[in-house]
Design a protein around this ligand. Sequence first.
Ligand SMILES: Nc1ncnc2c1ncn2[C@@H]1O[C@H](COP(=O)(O)OP(=O)(O)OP(=O)(O)O)[C@@H](O)[C@H]1O
Length: 258
Amino acid sequence: MKLTLNDLCFAYDRDRIIKNISCSFVSGSFYSILGPNGSGKTTLLDLISGFLKPDTGHIDIDQAPVLSLSKKEISKKIALVSQDHTINFPFSVKDVVMMGRHPYIPRFSHPSYNDVKQVEEMMQVCGIHHLHDRKINELSGGERQRCVFARALCQDTPILLLDEAFSNMDINHTLHMLQLVKQSVKEKNKIVISVFHDLNLASTWSDSLLMLKNGKISAFGNSQDVLTQETIKEVFDVASIVEFNIHVQAKQVYYPSI
Ligand SMILES: Nc1ncnc2c1ncn2[C@@H]1O[C@H](COP(=O)(O)OP(=O)(O)OP(=O)(O)O)[C@@H](O)[C@H]1O
């Protein structure tokens, strides 16, 4: 599968937020999007997911425009763990995770044995099974984030978009979820695109990095090629030291304290 962004432009009102973005993402790869606050990362994921419509340009999945697909068809292809995962209605955890199966459940039907099995398994895998009857709006931020993650994994889509999806998780859960995602990239040949603020996690886990600045691509390519002191200075205006670390087998970034 190939996801292609063709000359995308987008503005919420007058100011253009996404400016002529063109690039492709292919199956079996983990991509990370990095960039300063307000550079357009969430907006770009919202465009890819079909939540927002580009002003000009288009997004194709294997040459079919995403916007030519119905909402249900899109939700069988793209799952999004959004930055804002507040759910105000007191759904139970297992009901929230079951929402990931909705694209596969015919109207006026009940979930199948397979749907229920997948939800049970995903709650186990994401470490939330013990919470299954709890109300989603009464959970901690990290617990809720794991539920939303489990819902997205239950959607079983070839494309998974993660918008700072680990921001409320402790390091144990972050690493566990990253292992799960990496496994699904390699074994299920998924395209994963994740927004990160932590450059070191992005470097360790992703195959490619896309650096965004002021709504434009500053750099895009193999993680270890893109992550340099020069790109970090250019994109974030921060001085850093970038070194290959044998323990993680990837480049890591250090910030001098003076
Ligand atoms: N609904 C909206 N209406 C108007 N402007 C918006 C809206 N959402 C975002 N913006 C603006 O668009 C710009 C890009 O926002 P976006 O959320 O895509 O940035 P981001 O790179 O994800 O930032 P962060 O790292 O802070 O999450 C920002 O200047 C923001 O203020």
